[in-house]
Design a binder for this molecule. Structure first.
Ligand SMILES: Cc1ncc(COP(=O)(O)O)c(C=O)c1O
Length: 396
């Protein structure tokens, strides 16, 4: 506590003149409307001025109530709540649907927050494998095999299947519809983690046979953190959004409007929900242009693969803007450079490109979502120039 002054002027050291290619940040960049809403609703409980129903999702001014139904319609689901991130949405679904000791089946590329959601709910975990280097493709038919193995071993089917629609390591797009069909066939509730899909690409929950759709506002809906989305179908609404029945034994107090898994009303009361709301019209529009985003990503891969020793890991051709590039020649250079693994980070920063994980050179994750074509070209050229300057062969 000897230097409190340092808290008074916190900055990121990165201005709008930089190109940010951070793998987890592209879909969360605020729209101009959201920046305005952020100032307006930055104060703590700012969306609660006109709360008459004891729950944020029922507030009409600002129109949070309308937003929940519009987001549900957008995802082709029936009901939605806003949560404290995608992780909370997954925890909440498991908490309300599974019993401790049950088993959940999840893909082996799942984010750690899926594993921890299961752990916090005292659930056993069974993984569906992927096919390893270089594709890392989830064996979606493996869901059926794992359901049967779990049934044989425990006497009952898993109480939930979890699929990461787009994984955070390689940006592979999994065949969610196929997993959804398998789940329907076995009667296993299906949770789809759309942290890297809904909000940037079209997602139709009903078409994918999804029971619980979890999303991340700060990752893919141009919203301030933390905000997640938990969507479900009519079949599950009352169980998932079950209301409190607790009563104080002395005071007799009860909270019958409050929803248990949402910690009563919703954990997002101000900037997160206001920014998601302000960005929503742009989000509805931007998913229609997903094909253009994929084309830019494919162009970027093509340009980077002209550098000797560079290649994109994961399924090909690229179907998502998040990618993982193996770059062993850069690693050899980093070994000799006094900046070691930070060499690539610094070379890019010199060219006003930020977002690569400092210290990575063997391979790196990068996301081109929302960059203009000329920015994609600029970043690709920067990599090629760095390679050439360091004696790596680059095709023209
Ligand atoms: C696939 C995936 N799911 C979930 C999360 C966590 O999302 P949130 O921060 O909204 O809880 C992440 C974060 O990186 C992720 O990559």
């Amino acid at each position: 506590m000897d230097d409190l002054k340092k808290y008074k002027n916190v900055t990121r050291g990165v201005s709008d003149t930089y190109v940010n290619v951070h793998p987890i940040q592209r879909g969360g960049v605020l729209t101009a409307e959201a920046r305005k809403a952020l100032l307006e609703f930055g104060d703590g409980y700012s969306v609660c001025d006109y709360c008459f129903e004891a729950r944020v999702d029922l507030v009409d001014n600002p129109p949070v109530h309308d937003l929940t139904s519009d987001v549900a319609e957008f995802l082709n689901m029936d009901d939605v709540r806003f949560t404290a991130g995608c992780r909370h949405a997954k925890w909440a679904a498991m908490h309300m649907v599974c019993e401790p000791g049950d088993t959940v089946v999840l893909d082996a590329l799942a984010h750690y927050t899926s594993y921890l959601a299961a752990e916090a709910n005292r659930l056993n975990i069974v993984e569906v494998p992927h096919n390893g280097y270089p594709m890392f493709e989830i064996d979606v038919d493996g869901y059926a095999r794992k359901f049967e193995e779990v049934e044989q071993k425990t006497g009952k089917l898993p109480s939930m299947a979890v699929l990461t629609h787009v994984d955070y390591r390689y940006g592979n797009v999994a065949d969610a519809e196929k997993v959804g069909r398998i789940c329907k066939e076995y009667g296993v509730p299906f949770l789809l983690n759309t942290a890297y899909s809904s909000g940037i690409m079209p997602v139709d929950g009903k078409k994918l046979h999804v029971d619980f759709l979890c999303g991340s506002g700060h990752k893919s809906w141009a919203a301030s953190a933390p905000i997640g989305i938990l969507a479900t179908t009519y079949e599950w609404t009352s169980k998932l959004f079950n209301k409190s029945t607790v009563r104080g034994d002395w005071s007799g107090r009860g909270f019958t409007k409050k929803e248990v898994a949402l910690f009563g009303c919703s954990p997002v009361f101000g900037a997160p929900v206001a920014t998601l709301m302000a960005s929503f019209p742009s989000v509805v529009e931007r998913v229609k242009h997903w094909d253009d985003e994929v084309k830019k990503a494919q162009y970027f891969v093509k340009e980077l693969e002209k550098i000797e020793g560079f290649h994109q890991m994961g399924t090909k051709p690229k179907q998502h803007t998040l990618m993982n590039i193996e770059s062993l020649p850069l690693h050899e250079i980093a070994e000799k450079d006094k900046r070691r693994g930070y060499f690539l980070y610094h070379e890019l920063k010199k060219r006003k490109i930020v977002g690569l994980h400092p210290g990575m050179s063997k391979n790196f994750k990068i996301n081109t979502y929302g960059l203009r074509q000329e920015q994609v070209e600029y970043v690709a050229k920067a990599f090629r120039d760095i390679a050439k300057e360091n004696g790596i062969r680059v095709e023209d």
